[in-house]
Design a protein around this ligand. Structure first.
Ligand code: MG
Ligand code: MG
Length: 254
């Protein structure tokens, strides 16, 4: 799973380097898809079933779009935020990760939304090492978001990941009703895609007529960060994080 995670990391580096005013969201998708092709990795998002199958390797969600935005001809403008979410399968194993980027200079409160969402993901990863159950992590994630005056999106959640992108268990970013019966132990061997989605305004979302793009119902901006993380005896291992060993560094230079 680490190799799949590194390919996803590399794809994010190439897409992030393009983020600038004037760039089309389709350009970000093309950069990701080129990396997957170079490694002969399978894009996991393309063809996901729906009213219409998802048409791209990447979800690109701008401003009030929370997740599942379809890349296309939209041009990024200074002051926008853009979330890039992608995943691949390599040699039978999956990786899934997302980042939200600022396009040029953004408003301070928007910067805070990005920072709080990223820090909420980082907090959850640190807590994997010290908590027994996922609900104990989720409660602290939600408290951090609430403390900043933002809302946790409850409609979507993280997930187990392995040979498939979406596996059990569900990994909510708040203490969901479902956790009362489906809470789980943070045992070595577990691999989770943890992905807080944070709205500046209310938590409600609605789907656009393209059948995919989920937007904040109140039209205020939303941010999303995600990593694929393994729980190990030596602590959490961010599988979609940057290369560390010489072998990993060489793999990312292919
Ligand atoms: Mg994802
Ligand atoms: Mg995911």
């Amino acid at each position: 799973m680490r190799w799949a995670g590194l390919i996803v990391w590399r794809a994010h580096q190439e897409a992030a380097a393009l983020v600038a005013p004037g760039v089309k969201t389709a350009d970000l998708d093309a950069a990701v898809e080129a990396v997957f092709a170079r490694y002969r990795a399978e894009p996991l998002f393309k063809g996901v079933p729906g009213v219409v199958p998802f048409p791209a390797a990447t979800c690109v969600s701008v401003n009030e779009a929370v997740v599942h935005g379809i890349p296309g001809s939209r041009v990024l403008r200074a002051g926008d935020i853009v979330s890039i979410d992608t995943g691949c399968r390599f040699e039978g194993w999956c990786g899934d990760s997302a980042y939200t980027h600022a396009v040029g200079a953004i408003a301070p409160r928007w910067r805070q939304l990005l920072d709080v969402t990223r820090e909420t993901l980082e907090l959850s990863i640190r807590l994997l090492a010290v908590k027994q159950r996922w609900s104990e992590v989720a409660v602290e994630m939600a408290a951090k978001v609430r403390g900043a005056g933002f809302s946790v999106v409850e409609t979507f959640c993280g997930h187990g990941i392995g040979r498939g992108m979406h596996e059990e268990p569900q990994v909510p970013n708040h203490v969901a009703e479902s956790l009362k019966t489906k809470d789980f132990l943070l045992s070595p061997g577990l691999v989770l895609a943890i992905e807080p989605m944070v709205n500046m305004g209310g938590k409600r979302v609605r789907c656009l007529s393209d059948h995919w793009t989920q937007v904040a119902a109140d039209g205020l901006p939303s941010a999303h960060f995600e990593h694929t993380v393994a729980v190990t005896e030596r602590g959490p291992w961010v599988l979609t994080g940057p290369p560390i060993t010489p072998e990993e560094v060489a793999f990312c230079q292919r």
